[in-house]
Design a protein around this ligand. Structure first.
Ligand code: GDP
Length: 363
């Protein structure tokens, strides 16, 4: 037995017994494994094409990851899924916070899945979500009814990065969802910033949700969004709000008449409905499908998709050039120095930019 001072004869009554050696708190047979990619890109693709939602989710996580090994395999999956994509109807949904986007998406989703036998993927673009720590949009808890449906896939906004980066990830996610058999894709965004333009550039139909009685129906930024809209729907047309909603709808109709006829040749429709009481929903979807039929017949549908593909090619080039520029070591150091010089009026912003670019291009 080990020596213990307390066992000395001088300390009467004090003894230390042998006791039990306590076992380690962790299981010694348990090894912490480095997380590895589980599958090859072909295996991911095969499962996605079979409609395996767990694997689809994992592949979307790879798209969203900043790690280069994840990006590499994600790009391979997107490439492999591409031939199986494109056959869905992509709908952009926007509206200011409180307009009723989540309530409406819930109501639209239930209508599409139950009455029209559709498979729906709900995605979102919310570049602010990084700042607000956690996504506001595309959150399952906000869409209670459809989150219980097996034919609905909900994915919150990718949170990291610039709007361009977030939008690219959502666009790639659309491709995977289509390959997995989702025939209707919603892309939700908040109608307060630049993200509508990004959403507009990846959808076939852009739906603007408005509410009556906010007093700012035709003002400010929403005018720009109104011009992008293929349909304007006034929500909360229920109870004693019906009259106000009808009045707002009439105002929107008048306002839309002042805009030039869109390239699609389709005059945007204005409708009232209630997401909460699920009234007017069928009419909205009848109209959206009429638009799809109309633009497919005129060739505009394909034209727009091709234009969007071209747009994303350039977006992707721009984004990668930008990140290569900002991540290069010598630029990083010089940027901080030049920024300070510009702030102290020691050098013009144009000269500073030129010098940094010269450095980058090794001139
Ligand atoms: P979001 O921020 O655009 O997603 O809006 P929400 O869907 O969260 O709705 C904001 C608020 O408006 C909530 O309190 C909803 O209950 C309410 N709301 C949404 N749709 C309707 C509707 O059709 N009628 C009424 N009366 N209230 C609604």
């Amino acid at each position: 037995m080990q020596y213990h001072l307390e066992n000395d004869k001088q300390y009467k009554g004090l003894t230390v017994k042998k006791g039990i050696i306590s076992p380690p708190i962790t299981n010694p047979y348990f090894q912490i494994k480095k997380k590895r990619l589980q599958y090859t890109s072909s295996e991911y693709t095969e499962q996605i094409l079979k409609g395996n939602i767990t694997i689809l989710s994992q592949a979307v996580t790879l798209i969203e990851s900043g790690k280069s090994e994840h990006q590499k395999i994600a790009q391979e999956i997107v490439e492999k899924c591409l031939p199986y994509s494109g056959s869905s109807i992509r709908i952009g949904i926007t509206g200011v916070p409180g307009a009723g986007k989540s309530t409406s998406i819930d109501a639209f989703g239930i209508h599409l899945v139950h009455d029209r036998n559709k498979k729906l993927a709900v995605l979102a673009i919310d570049p602010s979500s990084e700042r607000s720590k956690g996504s506001i949009l595309g959150d399952k808890t906000r869409m209670e009814e459809i989150s219980r449906e097996t034919n609905v896939f909900i994915r919150p906004s990718p949170s990291a990065g610039s709007l361009g980066g977030v939008a690219r990830k959502t666009r790639e996610t659309i491709i995977l969802c289509e390959a997995a058999g989702f025939d209707t894709i919603f892309v939700e965004t908040v109608g307060v910033g630049q993200s509508e333009t990004a959403v507009h550039s990846m959808v076939d139909f852009f739906l603007l949700i408005q509410v009556a009685g906010t007093g700012d129906e035709l003002q400010g930024i929403k005018r720009g969004i109104m011009e992008m809209a293929d349909g304007v729907v006034v929500n909360k047309a229920d109870g004693n709000n019906i009259e106000k909603a009808n009045l707002a709808a009439a105002q929107y109709r008048n306002a839309l008449h002042l805009f030039p006829l869109p390239l699609s040749g389709w005059i945007p429709k204005v409708m009232t409905y209630s997401g909460h009481y699920k009234t007017g929903i069928t009419e909205i979807w009848d109209t959206i499908y009429r638009y799809i039929t109309f633009t497919k017949a005129s060739g505009y549908f394909n034209f727009k998709r091709n234009e969007q593909a071209k747009y994303w090619m350039y977006e992707s080039i721009n984004e990668q050039l930008k990140s290569h520029f900002y991540q290069s070591a010598n630029v990083g150091k010089e940027l901080a120095i030049k920024e300070q010089q510009v702030l102290n009026s020691k050098i013009s912003s144009f000269m500073a930019a030129k010098q940094i670019l010269d450095l980058y291009f090794n001139k």
